[in-house]
Design a protein around this ligand. Structure first.
Ligand code: NDP
Length: 291
C-alpha cells in the first residue's frame, strides 16, 4: 500500500485565494482593507524570514501589512507600549509578535497584553480558554491548518481515534482541543508517555508535533491512518519532519510531506484569522464555509 501525499502547499494556495476574494468584498463593504501588524524584535535569521514571508503573503492577499522591526535591546516597556498603540489603532485587525523574543523580555507579559480580539495567533490565554470552552475566538494557526487538512482528507472525523504527540501551548494542546470538538477520541502523548509506539498504533489520526527528526516510525502506524507531520527539523539531510516519511508512506492512508505539508498552512490560516478579525470588528458578515 502506498499512502496518498497530502498537498498542503496546494490547499494553502487555495485558502489564500479564497481569503483574497473576501478581502475584496470586505474592502467594498468597510471602505478599508483588513490590517495585520507584525512585530519583530532582534535579528534572529529564521524569524526574519518568517516575518518577510508573512508581509509578502499579507500584501498578496490585498491586506494592509504594518511591519515593526525593533532592535534586539528594545526594553519590555517599549515593546508593551507598541502593543498598546496597535491595540488602539483602528486600522489594525490582527497583531502578531514574532517569537522567540530576546531573553530579557517576558514573552507571557507581551502576549497577554495583546487585545484578545486582535490576537490572530491565538496565543492569548483568553483565546485558549475560548477554544477549550467552545466559544468563538482565535485558534493558533498551525493546529487549525492541520485540522483543515484532516477534514479535507477524511471528511467527518467523529468517532475516530486521534493521537497528538506533543503538548505545547501553540500546537499540541490546541490540536487536541480541536479534535475533541470534532468528536474524536483524543490521546495526548508527550515525553513521559509509556510505550508510545503502541499508543500511536491505535490511532486513525496521528498528529506529530515533537521536534525530533523521523521519530515516528512506519511500523508504529496503523494501516490506513492519516498522518499529519508538524515537525520542522533542520538536519544534514535538509528539512525533515517528526515522521519517518518513507516508512509512513508504505503503511498510512495519507501523510503530509515536510516541507510542503503543514508548513504552508500556517501563514494561510494567519491571513484567514486576520480576515475574520476584520469582519468581526467591523460588524460585516463573511462566508465562513469558504474559509
Ligand atoms: P515544543 O518543544 O514546545 O513541544 C514539543 C513536545 O514534544 C513537548 O510536549 C514534549 O513533551 C514532546 N516530546 C519531546 N520529546 C518527546 C518524545 N521522545 N516522545 C514524545 N513526546 C516528546 O515544540 P512545538 O510544539 O513548538 O513544535 C513541535 C514541532 O513542530 C517542532 O519541530 C517545530 O519546529 C514544529 N512547528 C512547526 C510549525 C509549522 O508551521 N509547520 C509551527 C510550530 C511548530 P514534554 O511536554 O513532556 O516536554
Amino acid at each position: 500500500m502506498t499512502a496518498s501525499i497530502i498537498d498542503g502547499k496546494a490547499f494553502a494556495q487555495g485558502l489564500r485565494e479564497r481569503v483574497a476574494q473576501q478581502v475584496a468584498s470586505f474592502r467594498a463593504a468597510a471602505g478599508r482593507a483588513p490590517g495585520l501588524a507584525v512585530v519583530l524584535v532582534g535579528e534572529d535569521p529564521a524569524s526574519a524570514v518568517y516575518v518577510r514571508n508573512k508581509h509578502k503573503a499579507t500584501i498578496g492577499a490585498g491586506m494592509e501589512s504594518f511591519e515593526h522591526k525593533l532592535p534586539a535591546d528594545t526594553s519590555q516597556a517599549d515593546l508593551i507600549a507598541l502593543v498598546d498603540r496597535l491595540n488602539a489603532d483602528p486600522a489594525v485587525d490582527g497583531i502578531l509578535v514574532q517569537l522567540p523574543l530576546p531573553g530579557h523580555i517576558d514573552e507571557r507579559a507581551v502576549i497577554t497584553r495583546i487585545d484578545p480580539d486582535k490576537d490572530v495567533d491565538g496565543f492569548h490565554p483568553v483565546n485558549a480558554g475560548r477554544l477549550a470552552t467552545g466559544l468563538h475566538g482565535f485558534v493558533p494557526c498551525t493546529p487549525l491548518g492541520c485540522l483543515m487538512l484532516l477534514k479535507d482528507q477524511l471528511g467527518d472525523l467523529a468517532g475516530l481515534d486521534a493521537v497528538v504527540i506533543g503538548r505545547s501551548n501553540i500546537v499540541g494542546k490546541p490540536m487536541a482541543q480541536l479534535l475533541i470538538q470534532e468528536s474524536c477520541t483524543v490521546t495526548v502523548a508527550h515525553s513521559k508517555t509509556k510505550d508510545l509506539s503502541s499508543v500511536v498504533k491505535r490511532a486513525d489520526i496521528v498528529v506529530a508535533a515533537v521536534g525530533r527528526p523521523a521519530m515516528v516510525k512506519g511500523e508504529w502506524i496503523k494501516p490506513g491512518a492519516c498522518v499529519i507531520d508538524v515537525g520542522i527539523n533542520r538536519t544534514e539531510r535538509g528539512l525533515v519532519g517528526d515522521v519517518d516519511f518513507a516508512g509512513a508512506l508504505s503503511v498510512a492512508g495519507a501523510v503530509t510531506p515536510v516541507p510542503g505539508g503543514v508548513g504552508p498552512m500556517t501563514i494561510a490560516v494567519l491571513l484567514r484569522n486576520t480576515l475574520v478579525s476584520a469582519h468581526r470588528r467591523a460588524g460585516v458578515a463573511y462566508d465562513k464555509d469558504a474559509l
